[in-house]
Design a protein around this ligand. Structure first.
Ligand code: CO
Length: 137
């Protein structure tokens, strides 16, 4: 079951350049920055009420976000829904005919378990399911 929009992921060329806008201009609080080597990204998370903004910088040109930036430039990259059980949410979507990027959940940033639905099955929006880890913010 979907609980809320957990975060919106925004691809940026440089966290160092983008963080000051969200922190100093918009005045959002920076929850933390974390590198996720498996995804070749570094992510900075800002609280926005019950949701968050996740700025994502690529750490390798051949990574998924590096390729996204090459194709599309900076901008909204994905939408993440918080679910109780990421494995169940993925298999439920698959059972309803949705193409998956992740057949089973993997380790995400900030202690979450995550999995992605393919944008070809979601009207162009890369869609993430995230299950909160223990002691999550
Ligand atoms: Co995300």
């Amino acid at each position: 079951m979907i609980r809320k929009i957990q975060h919106i992921g925004i691809a940026v060329r440089s966290l160092r350049e983008a963080v000051p806008f969200y922190r100093d201009v918009l005045g959002l609080s920076l929850l933390g920055t974390e590198e996720v080597p498996e995804q070749k990204i570094r992510a900075a998370l800002f609280r926005v009420g019950e949701s968050a903004i996740e700025l994502i910088e690529s750490t390798a040109a051949d990574g998924p976000v590096g390729k996204f930036l090459d194709r599309n430039g900076e901008g909204i990259h994905h939408l993440c829904f918080q679910v109780d059980d990421a494995a169940a949410a993925l298999s439920d979507a698959k059972g309803k005919g949705v193409r998956l990027i992740d057949e089973s959940p993997r380790e995400g940033a900030h202690g979450t378990r995550i999995g992605f639905l393919h944008p070809k099955s979601t009207f162009g929006v890369l869609t993430e399911f995230a299950q909160e880890g223990d002691g999550e913010h």
